[in-house]
Ligand binder design. Structure first.
Ligand code: GAP
Length: 448
């Protein structure tokens, strides 16, 4: 029922069509027929994604004095993945249809009597484990000794560097380490546009706390902080939920876990997982490497292994969420009484790829074009701007579709009295204001 409500609001067809039409997201290697599970971000999508990552980074790292930055390599020593459990346990169970050769995730098939793709009866192979890590070979030899993995999560780079980080950053628990970077998983069935990918980006925070009885407070604080972040950037609260995993749903070592889920047009889907992982990760690396990864507390001269609270958000899923949540088809009546419809992306101004568009009313009037270009150039160091010219109605429609909060039009009056028209994306209201003070006018409205 809830999923139907979301589906009525927007369909994935509408989102993928808009994403392609306006340059947010393209199929990877499209001219060769595409490649399943990989997507490219176009000129606007790349900016939107950067803004989403910056918003996460600002809140998780820059606004806190207890979180430091990190950037580890994608390819690490293969034993990292042995210790983490990924070599032995990071798999999905798959089954193949012997007739059409289509491969399915076993947990995605509720009825195994008939292939949902070709309709064949009793055509499935036995279930088999399929490891999701992507492999590569280092150096000139392609034998097992040269085999390595593309990381399936960024977190392990932080764990294996735990000592390097706390010693050089001079931090003591509680403190966190954050990184944003690419991860790779050989998903059996990628899909739902950019929801399930084989190459994707994660924003992960690993927050180390002492075992002093306050660890669950830290866990809850991060849950609240993440809730506030989604709310701050405008995700509708009725389409977001924080699902608390039961003991049976969590890995055995996890003491608590919450999945942040969004109501996508096809139903609820996970955006982020927040977990209390105890000492599992550091212990595993100590055990396999034989190296000391404990924290040494100078004050008490004691060694201990801190507990870990992790928040791990998929940036591609978050971008997709912002696209879907911002999307609206809106009917209104124009001043002549005519009913019109527009598509608008109501992005938060800090996320919008373009914040201010500046138009010249006419393309062939040099005095207007020169003035509009000068105004846009003056705003450019402060805002993300775009210059355009031509039919104002069409220009508004395009900027609405890419979510630009403000459009500024330079017309003949501008030449007379130095005023411009500023049009608000959400209310569609237009206001005359002085071009000289436009920067302050826009700053006030964009930072509201
Ligand atoms: N270090 C913990 C970890 O990786 P996870 O739940 O496997 O936890 C965290 O992944 C987040 O990464 C997910 O909530 C999701 O947003 C994103 N993610 C995982 N697999 C993905 C995929 N195949 N495509 C896109 N995003 C993915």
């Amino acid at each position: 029922m809830e999923a139907a409500t979301s589906a009525q609001r927007v369909t994935m067809e509408e989102i993928t069509a808009l994403a392609k039409r306006r340059g947010f997201i393209f199929q990877s290697s499209e001219i060769y027929g595409g490649i399943n599970g990989f997507w490219d971000y176009g000129p606007l999508g790349a900016v939107l994604k950067r803004n989403v990552k910056d918003a996460w980074w600002r809140d998780t790292v820059e606004l806190r004095d207890d979180v430091v930055a990190f950037d580890s390599s994608i390819v690490m020593h293969p034993l990292v993945w042995k210790a983490s459990g990924h070599v032995d346990a990071f798999h999905d169970v798959m089954i193949d249809c012997k007739v059409c050769k289509h491969r399915f995730r076993a947990d995605h098939l509720s009825d195994r009597s008939q292939c949902p793709d070709c309709g064949s009866k009793n055509s499935f192979t036995d279930p088999r484990n399929f490891n999701l890590m992507m492999r590569t070979w280092i150096g000139p030899m392609e034998d097992t000794s040269a085999m390595a993995y593309l990381r399936p999560e960024t977190a392990q780079g932080i764990f294996v560097n735990f000592k390097n980080i706390y010693q050089t950053a001079r931090k003591r628990p509680p403190f966190g380490v954050a990184q944003i970077g690419k991860s790779f998983r050989n998903e059996i069935t990628p899909g739902n546009f950019t929801f399930r990918l084989r190459e994707f980006e994660q924003a992960e925070l690993e927050y180390f706390v002492p075992d002093d009885g306050k660890d669950m407070d830290a866990f809850r604080e991060w849950v609240e902080r993440r809730k506030a972040w989604y709310a701050q950037y405008g995700i509708a609260s009725e389409r977001l939920r924080f699902y608390e995993l039961t003991e049976a749903e969590r890995p055995h070592y996890a003491r608590a876990g919450i999945d942040v889920e969004y109501l996508f047009p096809w139903g609820w889907g996970e955006l982020e997982s927040i977990a209390h992982r105890g000492t599992y990760d550091l212990d595993a690396h100590v055990k396999l490497s034989g190296k000391d990864l404990q924290f040494f507390d100078e004050a008490t001269k004691s060694h201990y292994t801190p507990l870990l609270i992790e928040s791990s958000a998929g940036m591609d899923r978050t971008v997709l969420t912002f696209l879907i949540d911002a999307y609206e088809r809106e009917r209104s009546v124009d001043p002549n009484g005519k009913e019109t419809e527009r598509t608008v992306l109501r992005f938060h101004p800090l996320l919008a790829p373009v914040q201010v568009a500046v138009f010249s009313l006419a393309r062939n009037k040099p005095e207007l074009v020169v003035r509009a270009r000068a105004i846009e150039a003056a705003l450019r160091p402060v805002f993300r701007t775009q210059y355009d010219e031509g039919n104002i109605g069409q220009l508004y429609r395009r900027q609405d579709e890419i979510g630009t909060p403000f459009c500024v039009t330079v017309d003949y009056e501008t030449l007379d009295d130095g005023s411009v028209t500023v049009r608000d994306r959400d209310t569609m209201r237009q206001e005359r204001t002085a071009a000289d003070t436009l920067g302050a006018y826009l700053r006030e409205r964009l930072e509201r």
